[in-house]
Design a protein around this ligand. Structure first.
Ligand SMILES: Nc1nc2c(c(=O)[nH]1)N=C([C@H](O)[C@@H](O)CO)CN2
Length: 116
């Protein structure tokens, strides 16, 4: 049995880009995240204290990414994965990170990483 908490289309305005001009503006990044979590204790007690609280996870990501300048989307994805594993004890996760409009002919581009 596998239980997962997900967050879809979490949107952050970040200082992100490989080129200097990109750091004179804020650009949109969009996260889709899946995190494995055993629900059994939260369900047994029907208690938010034992769940992986998606509001807390979202707030942590928004705070970190809004405050930190990055060059590559790869770096953002790796650092957010580290943050979630260290702060929340999440063992397995998948992060899909979109940078919309970075390529004019594409809706979005980005990266996908998994941690097992
Ligand atoms: N694999 C990547 N390719 C590119 C990145 C990136 O972060 N990862 N970034 C850029 C530029 O910042 C681009 O988005 C702006 O023109 C180019 N390629």
């Amino acid at each position: 049995m596998t239980d997962k908490v997900f967050i879809n289309e979490l949107t952050v305005f970040a200082s992100i880009g490989a080129y200097d001009w990109e750091h004179t503006i804020k650009q949109r990044l969009i996260f889709n995240i899946e995190m494995e979590w055993d629900f059994s204790q939260a369900v047994a007690e029907d208690n938010v204290e034992h769940c992986l609280n998606y509001a807390d996870v979202s707030e942590k990501i928004l705070d970190f990414v809004e405050k930190t300048p990055f060059k590559l989307v790869e770096t953002v994805a790796y650092k957010v994965a580290d943050l979630l594993q260290n702060e929340f004890g999440i063992k397995k996760l998948r992060i899909e990170l979109h940078k919309p409009k970075a390529v004019a002919q594409a809706n979005s581009v980005g990266v996908i990483i998994t941690r097992e």
